[in-house]
Write a protein that binds this ligand. Sequence first.
Ligand code: SOE
Length: 379
Amino acid sequence: MGRGIGVALIGQRFMGRAHANAYLKVVPFFDPPLKPVLRVVCGRDEESLPDFARRFGFAEWTTDWGEAVVHGGVELVDICAPNDLHAEIAIRAAEVGKAVFCEKPLARDLAEARAMLEAVERAGVPHMVCFNYRFFPAVRLARKLIREGALGEVRQFRAIYLQDWLVDPSFPRTWRLVRARAGSGALGDTAVHIVDLARFVVGEIAEVVGNLATFVRERPLPDGSGMGKVDVDDAAAFLARFEDGVIGVFETTRMATGRKNFMHLEVNGSRGSLFWNAEEPNVLWLHSLDDPAAARGFRRIVVTEPEHPYAGHWWPPGHVLGYEHSFVHAVYELLIALAEGRTPEPNFQDGVRAQAVLEAVLLSAAERRWVAVDEVMGG
Ligand code: SOE
């Protein structure tokens, strides 16, 4: 039995549940060197919070995040709150010496993301951003194969991330549709994942040219008091040039009727190609010119063998993993790093870098021109 680490979870909705589940599963399946101790959960819904605490095994609950952060038994603050609270909570947690695990996007904009990075570095506390898609075994295998040269020289990267939960114009104007609260729309919510994956599997993005659209400009306010303005993007598309010359195509939308969580990544190189889709997450497709010509085609690799990343901790081969496992793997890496006293990956540096790409896309769309990521970084 390893040492315990007290956790404060801030957020009780979709991501709060995903993270709470990860803390519960990581111990029996991964036996991490540090065991999460679920001290306190914080949320705004006072009615359902005690039930959340009971179901997931949190000792206490509170509606005051400030209280959760300074809690004497807490060493790790896990931020699953809306985007406009990320910076305030993370900076406060760093100031009181707590490690910080934060949902994506790191912040509403680059300046805020940088302030968060500065705060955790100044305080010397470990930090991580939850780009959970990095932790699917097939995504990690894709990265490994690319690094080992299985595709030859990498030339093209393309990613689409399509959802449809905003197609209905009567869907309420929640915080995700308000720039002051979310920072941006599909760009920060979903494009940020494919930007991070591009950096993870291929490399740094040097410049972009982008285009944004808002199709439904007014929506019913959640409290029923009338209509409210939507001032974020419903869809975003951009081209990219990577630092090493790879060209990239990115598209994201929450208006692709029929698409639910359709994230498709594809990489083409001089000797092969691979692709992956988050709706079939256990499968990596690989094409190689090194295969015999008569038997050449896309190979369907079911990434559940014991030699595949994380897979051996779960079930026998072919017994597939799902969305929630990516969070368990992320938390596992976090706990190993914390036990070793270091900052894991992806961390706030990655969060800042992804945010800089989004900011470059926003500037590019506003000024209708290519924008170098260094320009927004001030480099
Ligand atoms: C909503 O678009 C959402 O929940 C995102 O916020 C998540 O990051 C993504 O993984 C699934 O869709």
